[in-house]
Design a protein around this ligand. Sequence first.
Ligand SMILES: CCCCCC/C=C\CC(=O)SCCNC(=O)CCNC(=O)[C@H](O)C(C)(C)COP(=O)(O)OP(=O)(O)OC[C@H]1O[C@@H](n2cnc3c(N)ncnc32)[C@H](O)[C@@H]1OP(=O)(O)O
Length: 361
Amino acid sequence: MALASGVRFAERALLRPWALLRGTTLGRTEPAAGGGGDGARRFGSQRVLVEPDAASGVAVMKLRNPPINALSLELLTELVISLEKLENDKTFRGVILTSDCPRVFCAGLDLTEICGRNPAHCAEYWKAMQELWLRTYLSSLVLVAAINGACPAGGCIIALSCDCRVLADNPKYRIGLNETLLGIIAPFWLKDTYVNTIGHRASEQALQLGSLFPPAEALQVGLVDQVVPEDQVQSTALSEMARWLAVPEPGSSQVGPIFFRSRAPADQEHDAKGHRRPPAEAARRRHPELCQLRLQRLHPEVAAGVLGEAPTEERLRAVLPARVLAKPILVGTVALEDSSPVFAHLKLLRALCFAHLPRRP
Ligand SMILES: CCCCCC/C=C\CC(=O)SCCNC(=O)CCNC(=O)[C@H](O)C(C)(C)COP(=O)(O)OP(=O)(O)OC[C@H]1O[C@@H](n2cnc3c(N)ncnc32)[C@H](O)[C@@H]1OP(=O)(O)O
């Protein structure tokens, strides 16, 4: 949500993600479904469909990377670009994020992007993930997640970075951060986001156990704000959006996400002339480490020391799809410089724990 209504992301994406795209058509524009009588045009890319409603100032953004909306490098990049496009368009104040794939909101990281890939590719991939995180978590738009399918791991991260979450009432649509079951250690900022949403003790349990909550439990623990029948997810998300947008000039009273989500010294928020910096620029100043991503490959023994417990192939086999395990897997998080004064709760991960697991026989 906006810190001030006039503030938009004029800055280019931190990492110029479009440069990563190969063979992707972006910015395609076509008439919106239903006529688009208000002049709003549907636009998007191969993997992200945007249905803008200029009259309400709300766009519906659909992830469509079938079958399970795994966060491939291309999907991450296209999401960032689509969000940026809306942020730069003063017509829009809110975005509803949802899935175009049946039964799955988002399966989280595309494990094929980190399995058997070289460190350079992993670095590129993690950067894109971080960029999406920043783009959503610090967005000037009101973001509502209309969760119409399973929402594990990275899918839950996207949902957590929204202002509000509406989940379809289907016991198969579980939501949570199950990273530990894959041997991936949750970065500090992710842990803190969980804590901010569901509280300390619940996070402690859920993160360590890798819990995925069915809708009723997700509502009870506060991970989602509403659970509604599946055919009402979209309309409920729109109602929630209306509630958020009804607040005059969302964020101008200092209660936007920048207020809640950062503790930045004033000189990082304003330039020498006292003008407020665009959020992406302010975030970059607060987080120089984001631009200094570096990857290391550690020996399994070292990784085991960092992780406390090495991820075993058995544990991974229990959770991961067979196709993914057919390749050697790199399990890890990203090493970031940890020297800057960071958001009080957005403390970024510092350990890289890459472990080679044995090949599938
Ligand atoms: C700086 C950034 C730090 C970030 C810190 C860490 C953040 C996030 C970590 C992650 O996101 S790790 C990913 C965790 N994801 C999961 O555990 C989800 C695993 N998948 C599932 O639970 C299920 O697939 C599903 C999403 C509930 C869907 O179930 P469904 O029965 O509909 O489909 P499946 O038959 O299981 O799968 C279809 C097809 O997709 C392949 N697949 C599934 N998940 C992934 C994945 N995450 N990446 C890549 N591919 C995946 C699965 O193998 C099937 O493939 P085929 O067999 O058809 O070839």
